[in-house]
Design a protein around this ligand. Structure first.
Ligand SMILES: [Zn+2]
Length: 431
């Protein structure tokens, strides 16, 4: 749908919200209970402002109702299940009707076309096809747009590069950390992107990544790299994406109402302030959900985008509030550490963050890979480099960080989400 102003979007959201409340109050046992417990009727929620009368839905609600407690349709209407990995507890299950899958495909087609992709392109889907939503989300969106889909799935790095070369692939999607690994493998194979590959666009997500990482990926492949955002509890990818301006991600506000809250108080933050993103999807049949707390921290940009879209933009994500490390009382996002590392072109983006507790004091050690030449070269250069990075990190994090430079290949590679943080403190509640 083509919106000409914010007012038009808001009017549309209010109308859709009333439909969703009406629908969920009839069909979702979970939502009926909420209304009952909060002494509300569907008529009490007529506009975005009224939404605040409803409680948040959290990942715990999904876990408590595992696996099918949030359904609003009979089982025979459900055509797909996805689930989160469950690395931090019981997995959360999401279900889709035929219409849900259709809408999700439309949302993903829109994501891809916003980055400049068209039916003339081909896309290698380098995500795992399974319970994880990345593979199928991109697959269906690309097909919907008419892109030639190359469903390689994750893994088998060299083969991925060969296919890129042989098929003349023009775009791909993967986690950003795996994209770097792919690019380095291509280098090792003596593949020259400008000559041997036809790639022009990459769309990445699934883990937080900053501008340094974007630059690295763009240099490795000679492509434009775009960030996209979504989460499995809402649908998977398909909630927001960067346009070609690369300054924030447009949220599909005709399909999602977005709120930004203070994660401690649950109150809405002021305009443009940073807080936790909360979404209410306006289209779900199998699993209607209201005010879902994402744990993701971002802020809404006030400025209008040059690309002409009226959907508001959010800042690229610093990380999940779950990912946040509390070290000696200071809040630290792994992405802040990554930014510092990737600012220096000597580093290729392979690092680990190790948190330990020694004599009841937290210590932070960052292991960063350097090339073999540098590692076995002049010790003085190595010490200088280490001290330079330590100083920069201390300035940014306000906590002392010890840097340990390690030889190329010392940090294990991952084919999906990179395991950056190793927290050895073993304290409940804090990762
Ligand atoms: Zn834009």
């Amino acid at each position: 749908m083509n919106f000409k102003s914010r007012e038009e979007i808001l009017e549309y959201q209010n109308k859709k919200l009333r439909c969703c409340v009406e629908y969920a109050s009839k069909n979702s046992r979970f939502f009926k209970n909420i209304l009952k417990n909060f002494d509300l009727t569907p008529d009490d929620i007529k506009s975005i402002e009224d939404l605040q009368k409803l409680p948040f839905t959290t990942k715990n609600d999904l876990r408590d109702n595992y696996p099918f407690g949030l359904t609003a349709v009979p089982m025979d209407e459900i055509v797909r299940f996805h689930a989160s990995s469950g690395t931090t507890g019981k997995s959360t299950v999401v279900y889709y009707t035929r219409n849900d899958l259709d809408t999700w495909s439309d949302l993903m087609a829109r994501v891809l076309s916003t980055t400049g992709l068209t039916k003339k392109d081909s896309m290698q889907i380098i995500y795992n096809y399974g319970f994880f939503t990345g593979g199928f989300g991109f697959h269906y969106g690309a097909e919907r747009l008419g892109i030639s889909v190359i469903p390689t799935g994750s893994g088998n790095t060299k083969k991925q590069i060969e296919i890129m070369r042989d098929f003349g692939t023009t775009s791909f999607t993967s986690t950003p950390s795996y994209a770097i690994h792919l690019g380095e493998t291509a280098e090792e194979m003596s593949i020259i992107p400008e000559k041997d590959l036809k790639l022009k666009i990459g769309v990445f997500g699934g883990e937080p990544w900053g501008e340094g990482m974007r630059q690295r990926i763009e240099e490795l492949f000679h492509i434009n790299a775009y960030d996209n955002y979504g989460l499995s509890e809402l649908c998977g990818p398909g909630v927001a994406v960067e346009c070609t301006e690369k300054e924030g991600l447009h949220v599909w506000e005709d399909y999602f109402i977005m709120e930004v809250i203070d994660p401690k108080t649950g109150e809405l933050v002021g305009e443009g302030e940073r807080g936790e993103l909360v979404f209410t999807p306006l289209w779900k049949e199998a699993m209607p959900i209201f005010r879902y707390r994402t744990r993701d921290i971002s802020r809404v940009f006030k400025e209008k985008c040059n690309c002409g879209l009226h959907f508001r933009k959010i800042e690229r994500l610093h990380g999940r509030s779950d990912d946040m490390l509390i070290i000696r009382g200071v809040n630290i996002f792994p992405s802040q550490i990554e930014e510092v590392i990737l600012e220096n072109p000597i580093f290729k983006g392979h690092y680990s963050i190790i948190v330990e507790r020694k004599e009841s004091l937290d210590t932070l050690t960052i292991e960063i890979e350097v090339t073999k030449d540098l590692f076995t070269g002049n010790l003085k250069d190595l010490i200088e480099l280490k001290e330079k990075v330590e100083e920069k990190l201390n300035n940014v994090l306000l906590v002392k960080a010890n840097v340990r430079l390690v030889e190329e290949g010392a940090i294990p590679r991952s084919q999906g989400k990179a395991q950056r943080v190793i927290d050895k403190r073993n304290i409940g509640g804090i990762k």
